[in-house]
Design a protein around this ligand. Sequence first.
Ligand code: SAH
Length: 284
Amino acid sequence: QKLLGILSSKCPVFMGLLRTVYAKFFFYDPLIRFSPLFLLFINRKAMEINHISILMAMESEASPLIESLNLKKQNSIFRHGIPFEAYQGSFEKLLITLMTSGKDKDYQVDNVATQPATLMAYLAIDQFSPDIIINAGTAGGMAGCGCKIGDVYLSEGEFSYHDRRIPIPAFDQYGVGSYPSFDTSSIATELHLKTGRISTGNSLDYTEKDLEMMKSNKAVIKEMEAAAIAWVCKILDMPMFAIKAITDLFDQEIPTETQFLENLTLASTNLQKSVPRILRTLVR
Ligand code: SAH
């Protein structure tokens, strides 16, 4: 790490070039992605993070965090009609831009799920050019895989969908998708957080087929935005990972919506406690 630090300060152009080449592999070549030298190089010293964009679907998930990070609402950022809200502030040496997806004008509920998430991710990258994107929010967890209500998970491996069924050769795999997460293993080890694969769909509940797909995605977490954001980040070469607090155990008897409403405050509070600790690990 010391040597990489010296090289970065003495020959920044060469190191920048090397980093760009590595970043390409980071996204697409699992062999290189998991090599110890590479993890050391890309995740810590070499990848300088100054500006982080945190994307969140629901106001109630985001409010405790906005308050504790003392972020200020930014007005007139997006063109007329865009419902998203943006908050900004500094945390340690970082600039933080947090976006929520705002309310639907007709239904007066939060703009959850993949449609707004995709647009929000694009606008975050286009307007703010962050160094990394974090999708923070709540999720359902599989009790059978050890998930507990209130747990905070970091994304692992790839994000996929469990409800995009297109049974035509090649389109079937396109439907499921595979969009990489920034490697969170060192953060998880340092902060004693759990990691798991995340599967995304556009429904709070699920069908038998969805469950089958989640299992084949090896997912332990189910939610409604991450894969959409990860797709935008993949095509625009933007590192991205997710932080999800568990509101419900979807492989249990009690209906998901009952569990969700009961545990939303606990999960949002746990997010508010964990996110600053996670941000701190990215500063160094
Ligand atoms: N009735 C809720 C609806 C929230 S939709 C309300 O009070 O408005 C669910 C949100 O929580 C989505 O943003 C989704 O990403 C997340 N979520 C939590 N648990 C989930 C689960 N089991 N399945 C899918 N999404 C879940």
